[in-house]
Design a protein around this ligand. Structure first.
Ligand code: IPD
Ligand code: CA
Ligand code: CA
Length: 261
């Protein structure tokens, strides 16, 4: 954990320093990357692999292609890293982005660190040891009804009018207290963990978006699964996290009704 925190803070410092100057370009339509993403990842990779040279490192900016993820998931120790989650926010200097570092051991997420360098908020969790914000234990909210819930969603960079995400968004917007698309999957999961949000769902994430946030939310007592009642699988792209089981059931039904239409 101390190495992961060190790496996250080094990367966070780089993100802060480059915020005004980093140039950006598109990887795909509406999908941005900046010099800061690359610099932050290089710093994390160097710090982690200098300590653990035999471990596998899966970082977004030079990621092993998806066809090989099955083999990657079989590595004994695999670090899953997003050096900058929320790049579009970063480019617009909206202070909602984070460094996300997870450690998988035999395909089980055992450690998560999410660091927001603008708010100086460090979310951490080790499997079986609860979750913390800046060293203090955190817990989900106690909201049980969707009508009382503040819910967040992530969309893929290119979302289509007829997509399931948009249909789900409309239904949840009508049924909940409100819905946010904040722009960082990792922070959304941490905010479920400490009760700023009551629920969060997404259909098409990447493992580096969710691996760290998921263990932080789980360790803070969130109900966290895939969609359709499937168990959570960081390689699947799906996540549904809620503060309470009752809220999970109501949101799951709402999302499922759309999937069946
Ligand atoms: C993105 C963020 C966003 C989600 C996108 C991701 P990036 O990650 O997590 O919340 O909606 O699907 O790609 O590109 O900023 O690291
Ligand atoms: Ca991301
Ligand atoms: Ca990223």
């Amino acid at each position: 954990m101390s190495i992961a925190v060190d790496a996250a803070k080094l990367a966070g410092q780089i993100l802060r320093e480059m915020l005004e100057s980093a140039s950006s370009w598109t990887k795909a339509p509406k999908d941005l990357v900046t010099e800061a993403d690359l610099a932050a990842q290089a710093a994390i990779e160097k710090r982690i692999l200098s300590e653990f040279p035999t471990h596998f490192f899966l970082g977004e900016e030079n990621a092993t292609p998806q066809e090989s993820w099955d083999a990657v998931s079989k590595k004994e120790f695999c670090w899953v890293v997003d050096p900058l989650d929320g790049t579009v926010n970063y480019v617009h200097r909206l202070p909602n982005f984070a460094v996300s570092i997870a450690l998988m051991y035999n395909n089980q997420c055992v450690l998560g660190v999410v660091f927001d360098p603008m708010a100086n908020e460090l979310f951490t969790a080790i499997q079986g040891n609860g979750a913390q914000l800046n060293g203090k234990p955190i817990h989900t909210s106690s909201v049980t009804r969707l009508e009382d819930a503040m819910v967040a969603v992530s969309f893929p960079p290119q979302v289509h009018r007829e997509s399931i995400e948009i249909k789900q968004f409309i239904e949840v917007l009508l049924a909940s207290q409100s819905v946010r698309r904040l722009g960082s999957a990792a922070l959304n999961l941490c905010y479920v963990a400490n009760g700023r949000l009551d629920a969060y769902w997404a259909n098409s994430l990447k493992p580096w978006d969710v691996a760290a946030g998921a263990i932080i939310a789980q360790e803070a007592s969130a109900n966290l699964t895939g969609l359709g009642g499937n168990p959570f699988d960081p390689w699947s792209g799906e996540v549904l996290a809620t503060s309470t089981l009752t809220l999970w059931q109501e949101l799951q039904h709402t999302l499922e009704d759309i999937s069946m239409q």
